[in-house]
Structures are given as C-alpha cells and as structure tokens.
Design a protein around this ligand. Sequence first.
Ligand SMILES: Cc1cc2nc3c(=O)[nH]c(=O)nc-3n(C[C@H](O)[C@H](O)[C@H](O)COP(=O)(O)OP(=O)(O)OC[C@H]3O[C@@H](n4cnc5c(N)ncnc54)[C@H](O)[C@@H]3O)c2cc1C
Ligand SMILES: Cc1cc2nc3c(=O)[nH]c(=O)nc-3n(C[C@H](O)[C@H](O)[C@H](O)COP(=O)(O)O)c2cc1C
Ligand code: SF4
Length: 656
Amino acid sequence: MPSQSFMFPELFKSILIRNIEIRNRIVSTGHDTTIPTDGTVNDALIAYHKARAKGGVGLIVAQVTGVHESARYTNHVLMGTDDDCIQGFRKLAETVQKEGAKLFVQLFHPGREMTESLDGTAPIAWAPSVSPSERFHVIPRAITEEMIQEILDGYGKVAKRLEKAGVDGVEIVASHGYLPAQFLNPTVNRREDKWGGSEENRIRFLREAIGKARAATSSKFIVGLRISGDEQYEDGFSKSGTLDTIKHVSSDIDYVSLVDGTSATLGGSVHIVPPMYYEPGYVAPFSARLKEIIDIPVIVTGRINQPHEAEKILKNNAADMCGMTRAMICDPLMPVKAKNGNFDEIRACIGCNQACIGHFHKGHAISCIQYPETGRELEFTNKPKVQKPLKVVVVGGGPGGMKAASVASDRGHQVSLYEADSQLGGQARLAQLLPNRSEFGGIITNLSRELETSGAKINTGVSLNAAKIKQLKPDVVILATGAKPLWPENLSNDGEGQVCDAWQVLKGEVNVGSSVLIHDWKGDWIGMGVAEHLAQNGCKVRLAVNGLFAGESLQSYVRDSNAARLHDLGVKIIPYVRLYGRDEDSVYLQHTVHGAAIIEEEVDTLVLAQGHTPENRLEAELHDDIEKVICIGDCQMPRTCEEAVLEGLRAAYNLA
Ligand SMILES: Cc1cc2nc3c(=O)[nH]c(=O)nc-3n(C[C@H](O)[C@H](O)[C@H](O)COP(=O)(O)OP(=O)(O)OC[C@H]3O[C@@H](n4cnc5c(N)ncnc54)[C@H](O)[C@@H]3O)c2cc1C
Ligand SMILES: Cc1cc2nc3c(=O)[nH]c(=O)nc-3n(C[C@H](O)[C@H](O)[C@H](O)COP(=O)(O)O)c2cc1C
Ligand code: SF4
C-alpha cells in the first residue's frame, strides 16, 4: 500500500487563507441541509457537521444564512438577522473547530429567486429590476434605495454576529443568480441609477456588501466570495464578466469559491448540483484561468467525488482547494480514509441527486441513498457491538439486503446473505444499464464492499424457499426479495400486438421493431431511460406518461437533463394518459382528466413501465414458523434504493 503522501500529496497540504491555516484542501461547500427547523442552528445540524469535521474535512462552509428578513427563500433557511442566532452558531463553531476543521458561513440574499414563504402566500421578491425569473415564474419588485441599504446593512450585522459566535469567516453568495449576481448581470439589472448600467455600477452592490462585512468585523475575520464562472444560459452572466468582477474585488476578499449555474433557469439550475451526466471537476478548466489573474486562494467545486480527482486538479494548479460536498454527504469519512491510504473503502458519490438535493427540494432534511445515516446522525450513533449475537438470514442481495447484512454483521450478529442471482445488486444492476446512468452501478460496488468487509457470509446463486429457510434455523429472517415489473391486469389486448416490459428491453430479450410506445405510469428513471435507449438505437419512440410531464417523480436536475436529451432525440411525449388497450397496430390511451380516448397508431411494440409488484410470498409462508421476519425495501412496497437501504439500516441497527 503506497503511503498517503504518495497517493494524495497536494490534497493533504495545509493552506493559509489570509491568516487562517486550514489542515488540508478539502472543502464541504455551503449547502442548505434543511436540517434546521426554525431558522437557527440545532443539535441535528451540529451532529451533521461534527461527523464531517471528525472525518477530516479541512473547511466547512455552513449553509446560506439570510442577511435580511426578505431573504427567507424557503421555510427552513438559516437566518442571521437576530442575536438569537449567535448561540447556535457558537456551538457549531466550537464543535467543528474542536475536531480540527474551520468554519465559515454563507451570507445570503436570494433576490428574485424566492420559492416559498412562511404562510404559503407568495412573498415579495426584490431584484434590481422587474426582470422575470423563468424557473420559479417570479416577476420581482424593483428594489428601492432604502431596501438596498437595509439589505447591505444586513451583510455587516450578520457578519458581526458570526464573528461574535466564534465562526472563522463568511462567504458572500454572489453565485447561482442570487441577489448580488442579479446586480452583476446586465440582462437582469436594467437600472439607470448608480446600481446599474456601467460595470462599475453593477459591481457596486457586491463591493458594498463585502465592505459592510469587512467594516463590521476584525482584521483577522475571513471574507470570501462565491460566484458562478458561467451561469450556463443564454442571458446568464458569462465567464468574461466573472473574471472582470473578481479582478475588481479581489483585493477586498480573502478567497474565491467558483461554481457554475444559476437558479434562474432550468438549464442553469442543473449546474447548482450537477448530476452524474457531468464529468468530475468540469469547472476546473475555468478555475485554472481564474488562478492566472488573482493571487488569493481559489476553491473549485462541481462533481469532484473522489480524492484522486481533487489531487489531479490541485497538481495541475487549476485550484487551491476542492469543494467535495456530496462526496462528504455520501461518505463523511472520505478525507480520513484517503489520508490513511484506505482509498478502496471510500463510498463514492454517484451523482444521483436523490436524497441530498432531492430532499432539499421537497423540504426534508438531506441524506444520501447510499448512506442514510447522513442527516440522521442523532438517530444512528455508534452503537456498541451486541452482547448476544443472533443468527440472521438475509434473503436477497439487492441494495436493501446488502445494507441490512453488512450493518447486522458489523454489530456482531452471525449473518448469512442469500442471493438467487449469480451477482449481487438486484434491480440496481438494471438501473445502471439505462443511458448515461452507468455510474449508478457505484451503489453496488460500494454496498458489496461494505458487505464483504463486514464479514457476513455471502451466498450467490442460491434461491431460498420457505423450507430451506426453516432448515437454517435462524433467529431472524430479513426479507429483501425486491420486486418484479407490474403488468396491468385489466389491459385490453387482442393478443396480436407485441407487449413487453422495460426489464425485457434492458435485458435485450425482445426485438421491439422500429416504432415503440412506452407507457410510463411511474414517472421515474425507467420510462425516460428506456425511451432514450430505444431512440438512440434508431426507434421512433412515443413516451406516454400518466403524469403531467415526463419524469414527474425525479429530482428536477436529473429530470430536466433527461428531458433535454429526449427532446434532442425526437421522442414524442404524451402527458396525462392512462393505458387502456392494445391491438395489432395501435395503443389505446385515455386522458386522465376528461377520459377522452387517444389512439396511437403504427406501434410495433408497447413497452410497459408501470412500476413494480412486490416479491413477498415468503413473508406469509414463514409467518407461523419463524419468530422474527422483517420485510425491507421493495418486497415490502416497491419504491427506490433509498428506502431499501434505509430500511436495511434500521432493521439491522435495531436488532437485539
Ligand atoms: C431499470 C431500473 C432503474 C432504476 N433506477 C433507480 C434509480 O436511479 N434510483 C433508485 O433509487 N432506484 C432505482 N430503481 C429502483 C431500485 O433499483 C429498487 O427500488 C431497489 O433495487 C430495491 O432494492 P431491494 O433490495 O429492496 O430489492 P431488489 O433490488 O429487487 O433486490 C432483490 C434481490 O433479491 C433476490 N431474490 C429474490 N427472491 C429471492 C430468493 N427467494 N432467494 C434469494 N434471493 C432472492 C433477487 O434476485 C434480487 O437480487 C430502478 C429500478 C429499475 C428496474
Ligand atoms: C443539498 C444541497 C444544498 C445546497 N445548498 C447550497 C447553498 O446553500 N449554497 C450554495 O452556495 N450552494 C449550495 N449547494 C451547492 C453545493 O455547495 C455544491 O456547489 C454542489 O453540491 C456541487 O458540488 P459537489 O459536486 O461537490 O456536490 C447545495 C448542494 C446540495 C447538494
Ligand atoms: S444521494 Fe446520490 S448524489 Fe446525493 S450524496 Fe448520495 S450518492 Fe451523492
């Protein structure tokens, strides 16, 4: 095993941000965790960051913190507008610093990017001009001089409170199309007063915000800047504008944190948390350009999910530090594992966006589908090993079964896992076959490795029935037998036209012909993915969806990226339909609202993506003979890997 310094010499060099020494180059960049419930730091948020600080991260930048009452863009955003916030931030700073990391906090105003209010009414959104924001369909109010001054004062007041709390610094959020970025962008800021027009005027708001934070704090307090290099839409603030802006303010700030994207459009927002379709470190070529013109540290972020990716960026002098945010949502111990040379043990983030930003968008505490302990640090503490090991049989080696078996074995139980297939992974093996989703297979790699290192006995190619299970005389059976495709019982079909399900297409079991209609009832990855796969292979594809639009249940950045690709491939999307029938030539659909018939002709194959039906026969068969049978994941009710892994964790964690 090579030494740690040989593997990642740049990553584990300390760095000075002005006067503050940071132990390595790994940054958990600002991310709204939705863990706080009343706008202040709570114990759950402290436990969340403590886990990362303990795991060896160098710098934690805590999530966006409102500088003014009008900055409440969600119900759960942290606020810094009252002295009451100091106590929580103090506890957070002390905790993080005790573990050897440093803590900065983001100073935030969303401007026109308002999504909700405390009482469900539409809040007033302030922006430099009445420039509509396309993504949330907000037509903002032009900000008044008085309001500008109030908000600018807020930057100073909140920075002062944070310094009082013992935080090491603040980061002004001028990224992602939020208020300072709205002032910078001439297509959003159409003012004719001293805040708009010339470049100097458009930078004024940012410059004064920085000035207020500086003036309110001591000379040792850090003031940094987060900015989007490229907002990634036609009217977005461009790379050249960003370089000029940073050049203008670089003598007033201590570091720059570079990202891409904007909240203002669907295409731009994908870059806020780029899904697996983006290359690791794809913003680094621009940070390399930025480094040529400034001499303060540059942090670059965007899909840097593994230490070797970060090492490469640092070695090429493309940045001074690397944001590795989801990498640490997924594996809080990533830095310490990399440092100790235990590289193979790192659970790499797969960019699925499901439980991290996906939860944020639904207003729930963030987590990770591969590591549901994240965001639940107070629930899943390090439990001591069990005194009396139980004989545990896990049936099924999909994500749920693998997690259950590894956690139960780690806790000291005597665990055997049985998988009917020759390989572990369950449905995740099919999920990785969808176009542009091969990285999803990382969940299998990660969970299988955890299973192997746990010491659980793994038996592949063994299908268990009730009799065999009883012969094994287990104390506990964990059923993780998953699900199979659901075929609608009432489908009217004269038997002449070909019908198959999405699994058969992915396994290459059917010749679908040249014209296909996919009926997608679930609105998840499968319908869109099979549509893309078949269209790529030259099929004429119609995607008939039961929902309002394709991918209705997907995290928006994933859905929007998929939708753009389907559009490019010429896939026709038919929304608001349920499947009614099939004959030799046609598929019969029904509008889900008014019930009108919709007939789609010349269909060679109807592909069903109707969701799944649970494989749960064993539960009833074992009920009377085995004292404890626990059903987890899809065999309980078909859902996603997230629930399967979480239920596997809960079942095993609570076994006594
Ligand atoms: C194409 C596709 C794409 C998907 N994409 C995503 C995605 O992007 N994100 C996401 O979160 N979810 C996705 N899902 C859903 C996700 O894969 C499932 O929800 C998840 O795998 C369920 O995990 P599980 O462990 O409960 O069951 P499964 O993954 O179904 O695993 C059950 C295992 O049990 C085995 N088994 C069954 N009976 C026995 C027996 N009697 N003895 C021994 N072994 C047995 C099976 O062979 C199987 O390997 C996708 C599903 C499909 C089909
Ligand atoms: C759940 C979540 C919330 C986020 N909230 C913020 C935020 O409050 N402020 C911010 O500047 N960026 C936010 N981001 C973006 C991250 O800071 C980071 O730029 C992004 O996750 C890409 O980096 P990664 O690929 O290392 O995860 C958020 C990201 C996630 C996953
Ligand atoms: S949920 Fe997916 S994207 Fe988010 S941290 Fe986990 S693996 Fe990464």
